[in-house]
Design a protein around this ligand. Sequence first.
Ligand code: SIN
Ligand code: CO
Length: 382
Amino acid sequence: MPSAPQLPALTLPRFILPMKPAAFLREHWQKKPLFMPGAAHGLDQPDANTLAGLALEESVEARIITGAGNGPWSVLQSPLADDVFETLGEENWTLLVQSVDHFLTETSLLLDDFAFLPNWRVEDIMISYAAKGGSVGPHFDRYDVFLIQAAGRRRWQIGDVCDESTPRQPTDELKLLADMPVREEFVAGPGDVLYLPPGVAHHGVAEDSDCITWSVGFRAPDYQMLMAEIAGECLAESDSQLFTDPDRDVTSDPAVLADADRQQLIRGALDLLQPDAIERAVYRWLSTPRLDGLEFAVDDHHIRERDDKVALVRHGSVRLLMQGKLAWLNGDSHTLTEQQRPLVQLLASKRRYQESELDAVMTPTARELLHEWIEQGYFAPL
Ligand code: SIN
Ligand code: CO
């Protein structure tokens, strides 16, 4: 009697860096692309239907890019019409869904495998679904990205390092490169991973229909935006104070701003930059998720089916960052007691927890805090 076909064991998404993390950071991180065949597995969900359904949700950011070769290219931005997929044809289009990890907690669990980098450096997981020939065109990104092939095959062409002065095609929304000399080429199949540092030109074309690619994107804070956050935090903490000059001497030239006045004005403004408020701004900003996706329930059945040891998970849209006695959770600080700190340190260090790990750090006040965070939807028991 023929034996039943062996079904692959279901696993949660995994990425295993095929080298020592220190060597990856030294040789590749922010420097040089790396193709890692077979470095990932367990990427069977979300499938095409789940992704299409998610793309139609009101709170989800999604795009459909149509085009191939020399174009023409077009982009449809969310909100997408319910019947959009019926209008697309068989080839040459890609659906891209942003921040899937924020909505589907099971997808976010992959991020634990990037713990050789700090959590605050992670932005999100974008997932694309392409029909045969689908592509987003030749371009470069300003951020580090791990492109993980989940299903189907994608041909990746890699070009040179680009910057804002590199010539582009006149496609405003897509910012495609006018010319991309190909320096390397890989065909990625399920489980193959391509790391690209910021600025490296790339062009990935779906070789088959049902080509699904996960992009683990990294967050590189923009100093202009950070300065805006700092200014906001400092201003929120200070009262309006006006320039005063009760000891003024008679002005010798009313047309000029005298040195002493200029210095007093600049000092008055810079004094608002208080070190405590600056630190708060940094932590608040880095612990704020890209999107608030808390209304999406955790699929506990899906997770338990793939790993029955998981007793608790952090919701995919939650960021948790430690600052000594404080924990920053989604932009708000919580002062921790000594008894709560070991639990929160565990909760911040990864995204899924076993019963024995939780038991080892549990105290009555830690349990109260966890209970509160479960009630608020930040953590989910399985
Ligand atoms: C894709 O998933 O189709 C494109 C990802 C990228 O090139 O950044
Ligand atoms: Co890209």
